[in-house]
Design a protein around this ligand. Sequence first.
Ligand SMILES: Cc1cc2nc3c(=O)[nH]c(=O)nc-3n(C[C@H](O)[C@H](O)[C@H](O)COP(=O)(O)OP(=O)(O)OC[C@H]3O[C@@H](n4cnc5c(N)ncnc54)[C@H](O)[C@@H]3O)c2cc1C
Length: 396
Amino acid sequence: MSAPRTTALPASPLVESEDRRALREAVAALGRRYGRAYFQRKARANQPVEELWSEAAKLGYLGVNLPAEYGGGGAGIGELAVVLEELGAAGCPLLMLIVSPAICGTVIARFGTEEQKQRWLPGLADGSTVMAFGITEPDAGSNSHRIATVGRRDGQDWLLSGRKVFVSGIDHADAVLFVGRTEDARTGKLKPALFVVPRDTPGFEYRPIPMELTAPERQFQVFLDDVRLPADALVGDEDAGLLQLFAGLNPERIMTAAFTLGIARYALDTAVGYARTRTVWDRPIGAHQGIAHPLAQCAIEVELARLMTQKAAHLYDAGDDLGAGEAANMAKYAAGEASCRAVDQAVQTLGGNGLTQEYGLAALITATRVGRVAPVSREMILNYVAQHTLGLPRSY
Ligand SMILES: Cc1cc2nc3c(=O)[nH]c(=O)nc-3n(C[C@H](O)[C@H](O)[C@H](O)COP(=O)(O)OP(=O)(O)OC[C@H]3O[C@@H](n4cnc5c(N)ncnc54)[C@H](O)[C@@H]3O)c2cc1C
């Protein structure tokens, strides 16, 4: 019988490079130094995880995807997803990584004017600037064609008016990237446009929405009433709003997948550790297949979703926006489903302890549900796959 082959495989979307693995290990070590108890303490006090955020920033992790010439790491969304997944796996899922460097940083890096890049990217890259992202509206929800936030010209300035809901992290952000619309000068029709609005701008008001989530970030309702903005608040070219929006969507889905996968790994690790030692008959509960098999099934589903996420990041970082679109949607769906099941099974494995604060699992039930709803719901992804992948007629 020949010996098993040990040849190192070349890096690919399936097999991570040595650099990528080294990044994973380094971020995981940082995450472990803070851990679940630290994160929960901050979350319960509604405080930002400042210490972890600034240490991760100093180590270059938060802006790893942003261009090097503006202070970023010059790597891709694949690397940023690794950062988020590993911090989540250590019990510290940083929601604002999805928003600040991934959506806002990407949109400004790809479409901002030189002045906008100079103004925002160095801070987003070193974590000293945090930018929230607001697209969801009370009367539009999943239907972004109904967005009614409108920017109107007033001389050189813009006057922005509208309502937003569920915008995460405004209270600790320096600015918000809002998706609105402007009137096309030729056709008179409204078309998408993105505006950066500093938090202290007069007329920009926000109120927290009481949520059943234990997280350091809160969600806000936003009221924009004739908010006066300088001409350069509009990101890039007035005619490129739709492209800008799409540029932010793939990173958002890939990062949301990484967010839920990190949580799933934390939950599974906790459950497996518990199942190995907890003994109520004559052997550890993990020896019962009623406990072991569902955990094994969850581990398989999580690993499959991780592979899909790596594929989506690989396509996105290779510049294939279209291919990345399908993969990112599938990855977000798969990760959302896998993580909901993993957390549910982890809670079950711990019995009563699954609902104690000591083990930090119960709060993950609602956290993983977020991955089924935001930034695009499970049903809207199924609509997308039915229509674009399977070629079925549009149902709505
Ligand atoms: C914790 C959290 C953080 C968030 N952070 C942000 C943020 O930072 N910025 C931001 O802009 N938004 C944010 N959101 C909002 C989130 O993106 C929206 O909740 C999501 O897009 C769904 O919109 P909705 O809540 O209006 O649901 P709706 O659009 O009202 O949908 C309700 C239900 O109907 C289903 N549905 C709707 N249309 C169809 C259809 N055609 N076919 C089948 N089913 C359909 C949906 O799938 C869903 O199950 C956040 C939400 C949460 C919960």
